[in-house]
Write a new protein. Structure first.
Lengths: 606, 364
């Protein structure tokens, strides 16, 4: 047994590679670590350059403190850091990093170059490494501060390299990382260059508000309100969106704790609570919160990426956030209740607040009984019980003819006949059918009907789109903009006439026929979100089409709060004719069916 | 309050004002009509807090006073009464006794002071227009307004008095209708307003073909006065979009078409569009216009209409309702369709100041 498996201490380069697996997941994580180092070094200006989605190059240059020759060499050792000295220091960390792992891990999986000079030194040092091994260390001329270049990431880990996504996707992640850090440190001037083109140049010395405006645009700032709050231990500042400005995912919620982008379940909970009743289910606000509290009161050492934090007193933070946001929304007065008047031309900046969405849903003048019949192949017309019951309500209202829908598809419909009984809860529609009663969510039902119709015309190439008299311009958050930009052709093919209008602004000049009441901004944001959640499947056109259709249909039905009885009846008929009448395209149920059998059982009649 | 009144008089008054009453009002008193008896006249007022409608009818008043009574119930009772002379007496508890021939009804009302104060307008400017002129102008435009509550600025008809012209505009962002009427007024009276669609609908019922209407414009409300009928409406607040940028400056082809024949052909062909959203295709060929529609699950239809046209063949698709609505609401025999190409907006004009712009549909 020559090779008996003894336990051995791993050599440092292997250990580093393993650590890299945790810290360096993709180019964006490299950027995050380098960025944090730059900011911790006291820099006032940080320049970032990326090439080919970061796979070729991620470089970060700062004008911070810099290092001398010995420190430069030590910096790439594992657990080497200037940020803490003893275990107790972990309890009160003021810097973004502290674990002393990042450079060691990064330098082990790339071709690495570090140039650094302290302002007081005459000459700087240049350190060149490849796959974690020092190739060269020499004196070099360079400006004060530190420049780190990470080239050919994962060149020595082919398996890992294969997992890198397309350059566009990785660029998207890098942009997002940049954006998050730019939000967190408005005092630091920052620039981002992508493949040699300037993507952003942000002035230093800004306030949070100015930085958000620079990154997200003027329109966004008009839809948010400043938040302020203070408790014994912590202080809260930032901006939150009025309920009128919302989206279908939590992607645009940025929370910073002591300048560090963070998340914690308690924060998400607090944001949700603060908007309770103000937003419909599944809608989320835009949130930018900056929480400052003593380092002892928060534990950031939960995970190597330090994303998730724990609070010593979570309830304190929760109350601070809820009261802060509520106050901010309250101070804006009735503004978001009435909707805001926007003088700009034909822009749908105004939307009815979501809280009224349900209460304003009205079915006009429901008469007591109306029957919607369906051809039912198996049920003989002159059969005993079912048809006897069927005649009954008809006789009650002889003036109303039995409606035979054109497109009903025989035995596939969810019922042989049905009768709209009325509306409950100001929203749900109650129907009696041949073997029980059905509660229908008209929003979900309408979404399903629209979705199948839309997908059919996309598949058949018969999509029709209605031109708008005045095109509408929409400015999107950077990540949404990228996703929309990538799918412009597909969106056009699907009848959404959207084109680029410089920066992250888009022009929409046509909508699919039948999508009349769509809030265009919400729709594009939702489309982006749906495309993003596709993940791997996004490479298939069919999946992307479905994602776009889902989002568009959702946006189109949200505004449809008022239905006349005739529309409702048409909806019931159309729903019965769909292929999947039981759920909306997002998988929520459209119908809840209770059989007479079940009722009998529940009443103890069986 | 005690009055004797003819059935016709009450009916005409109630029919005039009851349209304002909401089916499900926010306050119970808003289901009621306010009755005020004084000076040989019975004033009836209804409101939904946005639109207030008021009218007076002749009555013999033995005792003046005021009360409010449920409007719809009252209307259905009066409609069925057997004779012409109706006596209405209201006691201090606001219960009204209605006797007419051998019939007797007692219905419960609510006190007058619960009814919202009738809006008054101070300042502002007044214009006098022929009822017929205003009625026809409203008819030519109001249908183009948007019903989409998210774009409430467009949920009405824009009225402006500027440059010695009265201009009416309505649009929903897909099509736009505009009419103008020349009139004289001093420069300082220039004003503009957005009248909610509900008020426009009521106004269309009030306006007749003879006589004049007085229009009062103030900052946040407008009043329309026709003899003994007064309609006051809150205005939609905000700035109306700059509609001038939407109207194409020039066109390639101006094609005269006989309105009624065109409309009838459109109606027939539109029967074969599967729903409101699908398009109807217009093919302009040499001296003939082919109108066609098809839907995969129904079938197809086409019809040709003779026109005067010698240009190159042009195919353009429109939403059938968008093209039929102006034709229905115009009165002239001949209209002009102005076209440039398949993707530019189409324009409908006629020999009176009227412009209708509509965006074509793109068919994939």
């Amino acid at each position: 047994m020559p090779d008996s498996p003894h336990i051995r201490l791993l050599p440092p380069d292997v250990a580093n590679k393993i650590a890299a697996g945790e810290v360096v997941e993709r180019p964006a994580s490299v950027l995050k670590e380098l960025f944090e180092n730059a900011i911790d070094s006291g820099a006032t200006q940080v320049g970032v350059a990326i090439v080919a989605g970061g796979a070729r190059l991620v470089s970060v240059a700062d004008n911070g403190s810099g290092m001398d020759r010995d420190d430069a060499l030590l910096s790439v050792e594992r657990h080497a850091t200037s940020k803490i000295r003893e275990a107790d220091d972990i309890g009160h960390i003021r810097t973004l990093g502290f674990r002393g792992e990042a450079l060691a891990a990064i330098s082990s999986v790339c071709r690495f170059r570090l140039c650094t000079r302290r302002a007081s030194d005459l000459a700087g040092s240049e350190l060149i490494m490849s796959g974690g091994k020092v190739q060269d260390l020499r004196e070099a001329g360079c400006p004060p501060g530190t420049l780190i270049e990470v080239r050919d990431l994962f060149f020595n880990m082919p398996a890992r390299r294969k997992f890198l996504r397309s350059p566009q996707t990785e660029t998207g992640h890098l942009r997002q990382t940049f954006l998050v850090h730019a939000l967190g440190c408005p005092a630091v001037g920052m620039s981002l260059t992508i493949d040699g083109r300037d993507a952003w140049a942000l002035a230093g010395g800004s306030t949070h508000g100015e930085r958000i405006r620079e990154l997200f645009g003027r329109e966004m700032m008009e839809g948010v309100r400043p938040v302020e709050g203070r408790s014994e231990a912590a202080s809260l500042t930032g901006f939150v969106s009025l309920p009128t400005l919302n989206r279908g995912d939590r992607g645009e919620q940025y929370v910073f704790i002591n300048g560090r982008p963070s998340s914690a379940p308690v924060i998400n909970y607090a944001i949700r609570e603060a908007y309770h009743n103000l937003l419909a289910d599944g809608r989320h606000p835009y949130v930018f919160l900056f929480i400052e509290l003593p380092p002892e009161a928060v534990d950031v050492n939960v995970h190597p990426t330090k994303r998730e934090v724990r609070f010593r007193q979570p309830s304190d933070i929760r109350d601070l956030i809820i009261s802060g946001i509520r106050r901010a929304l309250m101070e804006s007065g009735g503004e978001f209740i009435r909707g805001k008047t926007d003088p700009s031309v034909f822009v749908e900046a105004v939307s009815i607040p979501a809280q009224t969405a349900f209460s304003s849903f009205k079915v006009d003048d429901l008469p007591p009984t109306r029957i919607l019949g369906y051809p039912h192949p198996s049920a003989p017309e002159n059969g005993a019980t079912p048809s006897a019951r069927r005649q009954e309500p008809e006789a009650a209202d002889p003036l109303v003819p039995q409606r035979e829908p054109p497109g009903a598809t025989g035995g596939k419909s969810p019922w042989a006949w049905c009768r709209i009984v009325g509306q409950v809860g100001g929203l749900y529609v109650l129907m009696e059918t041949d073997d029980g009663y059905v509660v229908m969510d008209p929003h979900a039902a309408h979404e399903r009907v629209l979705f199948e119709k839309f997908m059919n015309s996309v598949a058949g190439g018969t999509i029709e789109s209605q031109g708008l008299l005045v095109p509408e311009s929409v400015e999107l958050p950077p990540r949404d903009a990228m996703l929309v930009r990538k799918n412009l052709d597909l969106l056009k093919k699907m009848g959404i006439g959207v084109s680029e209008f410089g920066g992250d602004t888009f022009m929409v000049d046509a909508l699919p026929a039948g999508f009349n009441d769509v809030r265009i901004r919400e729709m594009l944001a939702d489309v982006a979100h749906h495309l993003e959640t596709l993940g791997e499947r996004g490479s298939h056109t069919r999946w992307r089409e479905e994602a776009i259709a889902q989002a568009a249909c959702k946006a189109a039905t949200k505004a449809r709060d008022r239905l006349s009885l005739a529309e409702l009846e048409r909806l019931v008929v159309q729903l019965a004719a769909t292929e999947m009448p039981y759920t909306c395209p997002h998988g929520r149920p459209t119908l809840i069916h209770t059989s007479f059998k079940e009722l009998a059982k529940r009443f103890g009649r069986e | 309050m005690k009055i004797v009144i003819s059935k016709d008089a009450v009916m005409s008054g109630l029919q005039m004002v009851h349209g304002v009453v909401n089916v499900r009002p926010t306050l119970p008193v808003l289901s009621n009509v306010l009755f005020q008896a004084q000076d040989e006249k019975l004033w009836m007022t209804t409101t939904d807090l946005e639109v207030t409608m008021r009218c007076a009818v002749e009555a013999k008043i033995s005792k003046g006073g005021a009360t409010t009574l449920p409007a719809r119930r009252l209307l259905s009772i009066i409609r069925e009464l057997p004779a012409d002379n109706i006596e209405i007496e209201v006691d201090e508890k606001n219960s009204a006794s209605i006797s007419c021939g051998a019939s007797f009804f007692k219905i419960l009302g609510l006190p007058e002071d619960e009814f919202p104060a009738i809006p008054k307008y101070d300042g502002g400017t007044t214009f006098t227009v022929d009822q017929k002129v205003l009625k026809e102008m409203l008819q030519k435009t109001f249908y183009a307004a948007s019903n989409d509550e998210t774009r409430f600025i467009l949920n009405g008809t824009y009225v402006s008095f500027k440059g010695n012209k009265m201009t009416l505009v309505a649009t929903d962002g897909r099509r736009l209708a505009l009419t103008e009427h020349e009139m004289e007024f001093p420069k300082e009276s220039e004003s503009e307003a957005i009248i909610p669609t509900k008020a426009v609908n009521e106004l269309l019922r009030v306006l007749k073909d003879e006589g004049t209407v007085k229009i009062h414009m103030t900052k946040n409300q407008a009043g329309f006065e026709v003899n003994d009928v007064l309609l006051i409406t809150k205005l939609i607040e905000g700035t109306y979009p700059n509609f001038k940028q939407v109207i194409p400056g020039q066109c390639e082809h101006r094609i005269p078409i006989e309105r009624e024949a065109f409309l009838a052909a459109l109606k027939r062909v539109a029967l074969l569009t599967s729903d409101k959203a699908s398009s109807i295709k217009l093919t302009f060929g040499k001296n003939k216009l082919k109108i066609s529609a098809q839907s995969p699950d129904i079938g197809e239809a086409h019809e040709t209409v003779p026109i005067k046209y010698m240009g190159k063949e042009m195919v353009v698709a429109f939403n059938p309702d968008y093209i039929m609505e102006p034709l229905r609401n115009l009165m002239t025999d001949e209209i002009f369709v102005e076209m440039t190409d398949e993707l530019s907006p189409g324009v409908i004009k006629c020999d009176v100041p009227f412009i209708y712009v509509l965006m074509p549909m793109r068919v994939g």
